[in-house]
Write a protein that binds this ligand. Structure first.
Ligand code: ZN
Length: 252
């Protein structure tokens, strides 16, 4: 049986296998309200990646390997001071990504898709830099939570430890979710109207916008909602993986 997850694969599984692409789930280590684990963004990006890789194989026999989820995310003020919240600088994240790309390149791999699960992470400029260094290495990034509109699947989607993240984690790892202790995830938007309207962006100070670190009410979460949403998201990602594996993304 082909292994698609480096967390369980051994060299025995990989030594005679040709993989078409690699997937890098990227999360964070940060508080997620009272009811979800610090590594929520890693578990979700990892779960989504594996399901999509398996689908792509079933549909088109293309083989992908999910790399270990990266737990170092870019954090907002107000989160960074909370216990065990880990903030990784742009330079740190770029160094990690660069070393992963260099490793894969040495091995003859030339396709990598980052499946990002943390809203504070941003990889576009790193990928542009790497495209200069490795012109024939295709690197793409997908924010899994933004692929499919959330409103069609959830009652009140928010944006952190909300009904979306809670439901999808209940689908993949029900043992890690204790909804009975969840806070309401009440969110106070900026007073400055220009910032609410998106005239400019500045990182939100988490201690001023949330009480329990959550943004969005998680109380209507169910594993069933999470399963349906993950199904829709992984359909899209599987199609992406198949197209990227084939390599011809441009018109002639
Ligand atoms: Zn999260």
């Amino acid at each position: 049986m082909i292994k698609f997850d480096i967390l369980s694969a051994s060299y025995q599984d990989t030594k005679n296998e040709k993989y078409d692409y690699a997937v890098l789930p990227w999360g964070a280590t940060e508080p997620h309200n009272y009811h979800l684990p610090y590594l929520t963004d890693c578990y979700l990006a990892h779960g989504i990646s594996i399901e999509a890789i398996e689908k792509a194989y079933r549909q088109a026999k293309v083989k992908g390997m999910a790399l270990p989820p990266i737990p170092f995310g870019s954090q907002n003020p107000g989160q960074t001071g909370l216990p065990f919240c880990l903030h990784a600088r742009y330079e740190t994240q770029k160094a990690i990504l660069s070393d992963i790309v260099a490793s894969l390149y040495r091995q003859g791999m030339d396709k990598l898709i980052i499946v990002n699960g943390h809203g504070g992470n941003s990889f576009k400029n790193m990928i542009r830099d790497l495209a200069v260094d490795y012109p024939h290495f295709l690197i793409a990034v997908s924010n899994w939570y933004a692929i499919v509109p959330q409103k069609e699947y959830f009652d009140i989607p928010g944006d952190h430890a909300d009904e979306v993240e809670t439901s999808v984690l209940m689908h993949y790892h029900p043992e890690l979710v204790d909804l009975s202790v969840a806070g309401d995830g009440t969110y106070k938007p900026f007073k400055a109207n220009s910032l609410c309207e998106g005239v400019a962006w500045t990182p939100r100070d988490w201690s001023k916008v949330s009480v329990d670190t959550g943004i969005g009410n998680p109380h209507y979460s169910t594993a069933e909602k999470g399963k349906k949403y993950a199904e829709a998201v992984t359909d899209k990602l599987a199609a992406l993986f198949i197209e990227i594996s084939k390599g011809d993304i441009y018109q002639s």
